[in-house]
Design a binder for this molecule. Structure first.
Ligand code: M6R
Length: 605
């Protein structure tokens, strides 16, 4: 959470910082600020509550040029959304921006007698004062002393009044990436801010200090010995981080799903079977384990739930899914015979990272499914399968869900094959079924007007219910999350058979119920459940396969997906559920890409 950018080089720093903050805004958008050295080498500081556009307006009056500065877009943790709490923070000769949480800021406030001196309510300003206390002209020594005192997580970018042109960066858990480019030196919390300038970058290692000047970047450890950065290359391009004619990133990313699926599946197919040789994932990982335990948050966790519903009956071993924020404080039943699958788009979600570390400490083998190359979870996991979705900018996750599922389905298929639950022929036709889901998804994207029309009823209600059985229940969970997060309609997902154990009391006339019925073996049971809610006056939006037999009048709206294998209906269904949420948000005139209170990457607990 919180977007960070720093630049030193020949170009106009203000412009680079403001453009970078626009790219990073999805990490937090409560307030934004920049600080830069002006022509007289004094530090100018401008910060505003609201979105980056408000900051841009404020900066339009600033006529001084600059070649070095730092910028921040905030997701509030300590202290409300005020100008004073916005970053950067200043204390004496120190100006800094921070992503993370300084847990011992209360005791530091006392120890360094900061009561009465603080302008903001933030933990970050306390860190600025502590750093200033230790600073007497040598940035490295002062930063080292700060790091010895602070507890918690941080990505800091720091400027010192008497070191014009220099930026220092240091991190623990919170991400920081840096690059030296033809345009100068850059540092950011997130790759998307670097893509306009370079595809080659390095992750700032924990325990190292990075120094940026206009002509070079240097990296050293806290003993001040130089460290060689490990350069990584990403194949994202500028187009992938732009809207490209779509009104919102979310709609663009919904459209990108078929391509993202192809990019994730096709390079991993060999002789009709999933093949992870190029990912260096050995079959022994799949043959040697006795159980699978997945851990993730939000949408990524829902991908795990859907995969679990497929994997357990197929593999005949225990497969469980944990909410990472719960898992990390449990004493889980895992050991060296467990395959821990850690799922994360960003690869930086702090609870998911903690779950990975816990699984490792129990001796489990870890396999991460991650979208962002070089992210912390990818680096710390024993093995990694990258999903190739390109950058996902909208806060509501769409294409990441589909590619996570595709990767999990491929794992299921390879595992079933090497564990002799699938013959070669079965494995190969499973993969064909997975590929068939791509045109089915494309068909639903082409028919998006159907969802546009159906939200008219939905958006007049405060509540909505999703229901399904088996795999369809797992898909409903994601449908409800999507609707909640961008339309602010209260939505609940239910296993259809469970509804009458309490929740059916909430079904009143006209309450929208989105019923998913794509699983043949429970179809008639599911239809009975739809009848039960219809009998109580619900407004039913029914999703079935093309040739499903349904009594006329059972559904108020009936959307049919192409007739594909039941195991893969999630892909076209996901498109429908995402579009329902998207159009509901538009219908309510809300901010689709940046819904209230949220941020893309949750790097604090
Ligand atoms: O980056 P991650 O996949 O680890 O993020 C996990 C969740 O924060 C994320 O999926 C979140 O639930 C989405 N915004 C939902 O659309």
């Amino acid at each position: 959470m919180c977007g960070i950018i720093g630049y030193s080089g020949p170009l106009e720093a203000k412009k680079i910082l403001l453009e970078g903050l626009s790219q990073l805004e999805y990490r937090g958008y409560d307030s934004a600020g920049i600080a830069y050295f002006d022509t007289a080498s004094d530090i100018r500081l401008i910060k505003r509550t609201g979105k980056v556009s408000v900051l841009k307006e404020a900066c339009a009056q600033e006529k001084t040029t600059s070649h070095c500065g730092i910028g921040h877009t905030r997701w509030a943790t300590h202290g409300g959304v005020t100008d004073a709490n916005a970053h950067p923070h200043r204390a004496g000769k120190v100006t800094l921006i921070h992503n993370g949480i300084i847990e011992n800021y209360h005791s530091l406030t006392k120890e360094f007698s900061l009561e009465g001196k603080l302008i903001s309510q933030t933990d970050s300003e306390v860190a600025a004062h502590v750093l200033n206390h230790f600073y007497s002209g040598d940035p490295g020594t002062a930063i080292k002393s700060l790091l010895e005192r602070v507890e918690g997580t941080y990505g800091f970018c720091i400027m010192f009044d008497d070191r014009p042109g220099e930026i220092y960066g240091v991190r623990k858990v919170s991400p920081l990436v840096a690059a030296y480019t033809r345009s100068g030196a850059l540092i950011a919390s997130d790759l998307t801010a670097l893509i306009p300038y370079t595809r080659k970058y390095f992750v700032v290692p924990e325990g190292c200090i990075v120094k940026l000047t206009g002509y070079k970047i240097s990296l050293f450890d806290t003993g001040f010995s130089p460290v060689t950065p490990e350069i990584t290359e990403v194949n994202w391009n500028m187009d992938s981080a732009m809207k490209n004619g779509f009104p919102h990133f979310m709609l663009k990313e919904i459209h990108e799903q078929p391509e993202a699926l192809k990019n994730t599946i096709l390079p991993r197919m060999s002789k009709g079977l999933p093949d992870f040789t190029d990912d260096a994932v050995p079959d022994s990982l799949f043959t040697d384990c006795r159980s699978i335990h997945m851990a993730a948050c939000g949408t990524a966790m829902h991908a795990g739930m859907a995969a679990r519903a497929l994997m357990e009956p197929l593999l005949r071993i225990p497969v469980s899914v944990s909410i990472a924020s719960e898992f990390r404080y449990e004493d889980p039943l895992i050991d060296e015979h467990t395959l821990a699958v850690i799922i994360s788009q960003s690869g930086e979600t702090i609870d998911t990272l903690a779950a990975l570390r816990l699984a490792k400490s129990y001796g489990a083998k870890t396999l991460a499914i991650v979208n962002v190359k070089g992210s912390t979870i990818a680096r710390e996991s024993d093995f990694v399968l990258y999903t190739h979705a390109g950058p996902e900018i909208a806060v509501a996750s769409t294409k990441a869900y589909s590619v996570q599922l595709a990767a999990l389905y491929m794992i299921a298929c390879r595992m079933a094959f090497v564990r002799e639950k699938f013959t070669r022929h079965q494995a190969s036709s499973f993969l064909t079924g997975l590929l068939d889901a791509i045109p089915a998804m494309e068909a639903m994207i082409r028919r998006k007007e159907e969802e546009k029309n159906l939200v008219t009823h939905l958006i007049q209600h405060r509540d909505a219910f999703f229901m399904g059985r088996g795999l369809d229940y797992a898909f409903s969970l994601e449908g409800a999350l999507k609707l909640k997060e961008i339309s602010y309609i209260h939505a609940e997902a239910y296993a259809a058979g469970e509804l009458k154990h309490g929740t059916i009391a909430l079904i009143a006339p006209e309450v929208p119920v989105i019923a998913i019925a794509t699983q043949e073996h429970v179809f008639s049971k599911m239809i009975s459940n739809v009848r039960e809610v219809k009998a109580r006056g619900a407004f039913v939006i029914l999703l079935t396969k093309e040739h499903a037999q349904v009594d006329p009048g059972l559904a108020d709206i009936h959307i049919r997906i192409p007739d594909i294998d039941d195991r893969f209906t999630v892909f076209p269904i996901a498109v429908i559920l995402q579009l329902i949420a998207y159009y509901a948000s538009i219908g309510k005139n809300l901010d689709v890409d940046q819904p209230r209170n949220l941020a893309k990457s949750v790097t604090v607990e």
